[in-house]
Design a protein around this ligand. Structure first.
Ligand code: SF4
Ligand code: SF4
Ligand code: SF4
Length: 344
């Protein structure tokens, strides 16, 4: 190995050890990389309760979402010969689809909302996290959470296309449009443009069964708990559109729910709740810890950068190394052996 390189590597190891020693005290004082305080729901947080047992898979919500957000139809290759725009066969959310209904199937598919020999529907879009990772990782604050409603929006004018949000989201929601010349991030913004006009999010507005129900998160939580507490099969009055709104409700037997209300705690909690008859993992809803990833990563970063001790120590070490290395490069003794270098 070149002696200069060896000396530099040796010195770098020493600088890293010095840096580690420098950060040891603040780290132990900060009780070793704990997550920061979790964030809580904003005061007027709005959200959605999606009840999979009420969903009939009509996909009216998908069509309404496209219309409300100016999204084009998607056509798979095998339908390319059909009239452009006639079919919208989105398989998942994408740059052209903000909301998708997916189907779970097992065996004979004889019964709805049953794990075995059954089928079920599940809706997929942004869950408007309480403590969103997409916001935490965005270097230019292009993702924002409304301080009152908690809706998470994306500002394309601020976005630099780094795609950190794509990789940071635990629900794999933000989609990057590679087929556009300058790229673009897409995700459900909870139809905030419609809400600003006093209207409902398009998907909740058109849902015929109330499977997609809009409301204040606290009220939706209470509604979901009430459904979970009801006896499966008993008649229940299901609201439609907006919880507490004036639309006619409808009566139906209540479903056999999974006991866990998905979205309440996952990744620090979200503003969307899921009631399902089939286990969540089977529906593609990921198993996640109760804490937000943003709280953990920001807690670690704040510990490391506390007082700027670690970065300054590292910078100082590297500057020292660079200076010593440049001096050595000019006045090195080529007659020294590797053993002499190693012992110096
Ligand atoms: S689901 Fe993903 S994109 Fe939506 S708020 Fe949470 S982290 Fe952001
Ligand atoms: S809230 Fe609006 S953008 Fe989001 S899934 Fe529903 S219709 Fe689409
Ligand atoms: S509109 Fe309602 S019932 Fe129809 S697919 Fe969407 S969520 Fe399900």
């Amino acid at each position: 190995m070149d002696p200069n390189r060896r000396q530099f590597l040796r010195g770098a190891a020493s600088a890293i050890a010095t840096t580690a020693a420098a950060v040891a005290t603040p780290v132990s004082e900060a009780v070793a990389f704990g997550p920061r305080e979790p964030k809580t729901l904003p005061p007027k947080a709005v959200g959605m309760l999606y009840d999979s047992t009420l969903c009939v898979g009509c996909k009216a919500c998908m069509a309404a979402c496209k219309q409300a957000n100016g999204m084009p139809a998607e056509q798979p290759e095998y339908l390319a010969q059909w009239n452009e725009g006639t079919w919208d066969a989105a398989q998942d959310i994408s740059g052209k689809t903000l909301n998708v209904i997916r189907v779970y199937q097992d065996g004979t598919m004889a019964q709805k909302d049953r794990e075995q020999d059954g089928y079920a529907f599940v809706k997929r879009h942004c869950l408007h996290c309480v403590d969103p990772s997409c916001i935490s990782v965005c270097p230019v604050s292009a993702m924002q959470k409304h301080p009152l409603t908690g809706i998470v929006t994306h500002n394309p004018d601020a976005c630099i296309g780094c795609r950190y949000c794509v990789y940071g989201c635990p629900f794999n929601v933000p989609q990057y449009q590679f087929d556009e010349p300058f790229g673009r991030i897409s995700k459900c913004q909870f139809c905030n443009h419609l809400q600003a006009q006093g209207k409902l999010p398009a998907c909740c507005d058109v849902c015929p069964t109330g499977a997609s129900l809009f409301g204040l998160v606290e009220d939706l939580q209470a509604e979901a708990e009430q459904r979970l507490a009801a006896k499966p099969g008993e008649t229940y009055t299901f609201p439609r559109g907006k919880l507490g709104g004036d639309r006619p409700s409808h009566e139906a037997p209540i479903g056999h729910y999974q006991p866990h209300l998905y979205g309440e705690k996952e990744a620090g909690g979200t503003q969307v709740r899921y009631l399902t008859g089939v286990p969540h993992e089977k529906l593609g809803l990921p198993k996640l810890p109760d804490h937000s990833y943003a709280a953990v990563s920001e807690g670690m970063q704040h510990t490391l950068y506390k007082g700027m001790v670690a970065p300054l120590a590292l910078l100082g070490g590297l500057v020292f190394l660079a200076r010593r290395s440049s001096k050595t490069y000019g006045g090195e003794d080529p007659t020294r052996t590797d053993e002499e270098d190693a012992s110096s």
